[in-house]
Write a protein that binds this ligand. Structure first.
Ligand SMILES: CC(=O)N[C@@H]1[C@@H](OP(=O)(O)OP(=O)(O)OC[C@H]2O[C@@H](n3ccc(=O)[nH]c3=O)[C@H](O)[C@@H]2O)O[C@H](CO)[C@@H](O)[C@@H]1O
Length: 370
């Protein structure tokens, strides 16, 4: 049995690593341990419960600021790596937890596997700090688990050896399949369904978030029969303007963040999704729900190219006109709804487990033969 340390912090990381944890547990050759770094406190607990995971190791978070979190987390991770002999560290995405997990593995000469490797905008300011973090993680990763061909190509262009890259599909689709099957979720909405809105990206804080809210207000006012559902991120930078602008509208329902099951149900029941979330861009096409991205660029252009999503930007007029166009044009709407999901087929974890088996057990055999 190989001991594998999964280092995980934020909500999206938990969602995308949970199915891999279950697959590694079931594979017969690995013993995965789940480490939670302490990021995203309450939202993280909500997600872990949804996936039946109780972490083996929980780091005691120090302070609210990122610098305090980083210094303490790095030092505690160092202890975890020193006290046991790990065959692999697994990280996902582009957060501070991702970077610190990879960095600690690197210093301890433990190979790092990076799930969702190769996403790029090549603009270090957008998204900040994620673009920088994911590029740095790629420099010190041994196994690059790319969700799409495009992501794998980006890594090849950066001179990463081909035998260290594998295209797996995105594990977020595996998470959706796991959840919808285990909890027997199906569409409940009668008729058109609601407009689902989320917005919390740092790049949109301030004027852009206000523009987005005014656009949602325009749409809700123009279509009083349309229910608008907006789970609002807990960060006051987000929740304050959202409540101030949308709080008084009768057909706009503002709620605390959904747990994962509620979110999957809300996606299934949606007519359209407006979001700046990365994960939702990958998830909505699974249920055939068109999506407008509330950003001016995306590191997930596969959805735009496949036709299941469009970039709506963050200007009030542009968001409103794109929604109205889909409202008035059922042919365009149906084309988006039937474009399929370019991010995966729900078998990413099988591919990852097979690749890691060959890489790690093969490595071990080679070492023994020398
Ligand atoms: C630049 C960028 O794109 N960065 C991404 C971004 O991740 P994101 O934008 O995907 O993050 P969220 O939107 O928070 O999560 C989405 C998931 O959460 C579920 N969800 C959502 C709302 C809710 O009320 N209940 C839920 O259950 C939802 O279904 C989905 O699966 O930031 C991460 C950290 O910086 C990055 O790693 C990641 O690349």
């Amino acid at each position: 049995m190989l001991d594998i340390l999964i280092v995980c912090g934020t909500r999206p990381e938990i969602i995308k690593l949970a199915p891999l944890y279950h697959s590694l547990n079931a594979c017969g050759w690995a013993h995965p341990s789940w480490l939670h770094t302490g990021q995203h406190g309450e939202m993280a607990r909500q997600m872990l419960d949804c996936f039946d995971i109780s972490p083996d190791i929980v780091l005691d978070r120090g302070g609210d600021g990122l610098a305090e979190f980083s210094v303490r987390c790095r030092s505690l991770l160092d202890g975890v790596m020193t006290n046991a002999s790990w065959s692999l560290v697994v990280v996902q995405g582009d957060t501070e937890s991702t970077f610190l997990g990879a960095l600690t593995g690197f210093y301890h000469r433990v190979p790092v596997a990076h799930v969702e490797a190769g996403l790029r905008t090549y603009d270090l300011d957008r998204p900040f700090p994620e673009e920088g973090l994911r590029q740095m993680v790629s420099r010190i990763t041994r196994f690059h688990l790319a969700p799409t061909d495009r992501a794998a190509s980006a890594l090849s262009v950066e001179a990463i050896p081909e035998d260290r890259i594998v295209v797996t599909g995105n594990t977020v689709i595996d998470a959706q399949h796991w959840t919808t099957q285990r909890h027997r979720l199906s569409r409940r909405a009668q008729g058109k369904g609601h407009l689902l809105v989320t917005s919390h990206r740092r790049e949109n804080w301030g004027a852009d978030l206000r523009e987005i809210c005014y656009a949602v207000a325009d749409i809700a006012t123009h279509h009083p029969e349309l229910e608008v559902l907006f789970p609002v991120h807990l960060n006051p930078v987000v929740s304050k303007p959202v409540h101030a602008i949308l709080g008084g509208l009768g057909n706009v329902r503002l709620t605390p963040p959904f747990d994962y099951l509620e979110m999957q149900q809300a996606l299934m029941d949606a007519w359209l999704v407006l979001t700046d979330s990365g994960g939702l861009q990958e998830e909505a096409p699974t249920f055939g729900v068109p999506l407008l991205v509330l950003r001016t660029e995306t590191e997930r252009p596969e959805a735009i190219e496949a036709g299941c999503a469009r970039l709506a930007g963050t200007r009030r007029a542009s968001i409103v006109s794109q929604v109205e166009r889909l409202w008035d044009d059922p042919v365009a709407y149906e084309a988006m709804a039937h474009a399929g999901n370019p991010f995966g087929d729900g078998h990413a974890c099988d591919r990852i487990v097979d690749f890691l088996h060959d890489a790690l057990i093969g490595d071990e055999r080679q070492r023994k033969a020398v």
